[in-house]
Design a protein around this ligand. Structure first.
Ligand code: ADP
Length: 429
């Protein structure tokens, strides 16, 4: 603290169109400020002389178009400057999107193609910088006064809410470099698993629901229709992953496909787009600053993300531990589950479980450490297609007394008694 850390202050001068790449250390936060010039973090401009505090392990870059001097206070895992970045090509994409937004705003509903703003989908392998590019495009658009919708289909990490979900939220201001995507009113669907292969049909069903919901919003709101959307996708691009990418492009009627860091995927999508004259497929260079995260790191990041949902980024939230009777909560699961043995079925019946069947779950010790979602459904038959209000975390199951203890964002009754269980777990640390 205090004077001891004064010695760790350092200044970095950045030339025009270069960036300072930083990985904050594992133990302590890093403070950073802009001393002079101008700079941005993933599309969000920095206010002069204002200290920002980045939590441990965060990886980011401070980019300057015209030159800047930065000041840092604290330990980093790495920090270095780079003058080769793909930022000019990224901002050129932004300029094209701006043109299309203006055209959409000015055109009449009869011109159905021009009337819709650019529906951008960002695709590429894991760690190609998809989330980062999405964030820049959204922040640049918001800076210009648009309110684009961010759609996150990446169930692996979840930049809008906890992992295992697909979600959408309007971006009204450039995204805060520390806090990330604002959590005010996201539209969230709970898939419940962190890989799509667990239940491909469910994933597609939820993508359809989310797309339909946004379609309705766009038809009522000319402003958000013109600003349109930026869709971030999963890094899974082979086999079923590729099939799901095509499904997402079709379902959201994406008309701009940005492919990061993979020639093969680009040429495949380019070939597919031949039959779709309204779809532009654009290849973009991956930034050399994107940090590869191994499976273990990603697993850990999922845990931090869940922790952040309940406790906040800086422990600024106070979740509440609640106790309920088994009979108070109705837990459901979608698909999977025990299948009837062939001998118990009528002759010729297929024993494969229906992936979209919603079945009640008996409350037992298996629920311990599970993260469940709280559905907005009013009846069990709406569970499959309803969005969710939030999440609870099961901390104790008392079989004898039939009591369940769970952590919720706040005290009081849950918005609904219908809970959905997947395979999402968390070990609170
Ligand atoms: P993807 O969404 O394709 O998996 P991300 O956009 O999440 O990839 O990037 C992976 C990691 O690299 C993130 O932690 C991100 O903050 C970091 N990162 C991206 N671009 C840069 C950069 N230019 N400099 C430093 N770190 C970066």
């Amino acid at each position: 603290g205090g004077s001891a850390s004064a010695s760790s202050i350092k200044q970095v001068k950045l030339e025009r169109e270069s960036e300072l790449r930083i990985e904050v250390g594992n133990e302590s936060p890093l403070k950073l400020r802009l001393l002079n010039g101008s700079a941005e973090i993933f599309g969000s401009e920095l206010a002069p002389e204002t200290w920002l505090t980045f939590p441990p392990r965060v990886k980011f870059a401070v980019f300057t178009w015209y030159g800047a001097t930065m000041e840092m206070d604290g330990a980093t895992e790495t920090d270095y400057t780079a003058d080769e970045t793909p930022m000019v090509s990224y901002v050129n994409v932004h300029a094209v999107l701006e043109g299309r937004r203006n055209r959409a705003k000015a055109s009449s509903p009869n011109d159905s193609e021009a009337y819709q703003g650019p529906r951008v989908i960002v695709v590429g392998p894991t760690d190609s910088g998809k989330s980062t590019l999405s964030r820049m495009l959204l922040s640049w658009a918001a800076k210009q006064g648009w309110k684009p919708t961010f759609v996150d289909l990446d169930i692996g990490q979840g930049s809008i809410t906890v992992p295992g979900c697909i979600a959408a939220t309007p971006i009204e201001l450039p995204i805060d470099p520390v806090e990330g995507i604002p959590l005010e009113m996201p539209l969230v669907y709970f898939y419940g698993h962190t890989t799509p292969s667990n239940n491909v049909d469910l994933y597609k069903t939820l993508v359809n629901e989310l797309a339909q919901m946004l379609e309705t919003q766009f038809s009522r709101n000319a402003e958000s229709r013109a600003a349109s959307m930026v869709i971030n996708t999963m890094g899974w691009i082979e086999g079923i992953g590729y099939e799901l990418l095509l499904h997402a492009i079709d379902t959201f009627k994406a008309n701009v496909v940005l492919v990061l860091g993979q020639e093969k995927l680009f040429s495949m999508l380019k070939a597919v787009a031949k039959s779709k004259p309204n779809v532009d497929v654009v290849k973009l260079q991956k930034s050399g600053g994107v940090v590869s995260r191994n499976a273990k790191f990603r697993q850990k990041a999922r845990g931090y993300r869940i922790r952040e949902y309940f406790y906040g980024l800086t422990n600024d939230l106070s979740p509440h531990s609640n106790i309920a009777n088994f009979s108070d909560l109705l837990v459901y699961r979608i698909g999977g589950g025990p299948q009837a043995p062939r001998s118990a079925l009528p002759i010729g019946a297929d024993p494969v479980a229906n992936p979209l069947r919603v079945t009640p779950v008996n409350i037992d010790r298996d629920l311990l450490h599970m993260v469940l979602s709280v559905s907005y459904a009013k009846e069990p038959d709406q569970i499959l297609t309803s969005n969710v209000a939030g999440f609870i975390y099961i901390t104790d199951i008392d079989i004898q007394r039939k009591k369940i203890t769970y952590l919720a964002p706040s005290a009081g009754e849950l918005p609904s008694k219908y809970l959905i269980m997947g395979t999402l777990t968390w070990l609170e640390t």
